[in-house]
Write a protein that binds this ligand. Structure first.
Ligand code: THU
Length: 131
């Protein structure tokens, strides 16, 4: 699968000297183009960025703001669940039914959706006040 292959390939370039945990992510924009990203850690730990954030940043910088598919891969005991912040980032550009494939290097996969990963998402409808 092209999207998962892209995530697997970019994962190898992850910069994760502190956790040793490399993650690769790929998103497919509505155009069909694939954008990939890897985690980039920092000695000031909170400054590190997740693989999903990198893929989304590349998509937006390339001129797209709708994603239709996501794949994430890591060398973990089970399919790696995106962190809470990344779930919100994915929800910004995808829909509740957007497919997300979580995978391990060992071949385990979990097919889910953005809606399953982030039920009760905070979205633009919550920004309008009642005053
Ligand atoms: N990480 C990601 O890149 N994506 C996730 O969804 C989970 C965590 C990275 C952040 C950090 O560099 C390393 O994995 C360990 O937490």
């Amino acid at each position: 699968m092209a999207l998962l292959d892209a995530a697997r390939e970019v994962r190898e370039r992850a910069y994760a000297p502190y956790s040793g945990f490399k993650v690769g992510a790929a998103v497919r924009g509505a155009s069909g183009r694939i954008y990939h990203g890897c985690n980039v850690e920092n000695v000031a730990y909170p400054e590190g960025t997740c693989a999903e954030a990198g893929a989304i940043a590349l998509m937006v910088a390339s001129g797209e703001t709708d994603l239709i598919e996501v794949a994430v891969i890591a060398d973990s005991s089970g399919p790696v669940p995106p962190c809470g912040g990344c779930r919100q980032k994915l929800a910004e550009f995808g829909r509740a039914d957007t497919p997300v494939l979580l995978a391990t290097l060992g071949g385990a996969t979990l097919a889910t959706t953005i809606g399953e990963l982030l039920p009760g998402r905070f979205d633009i409808s919550h920004l309008s006040g009642t005053e």
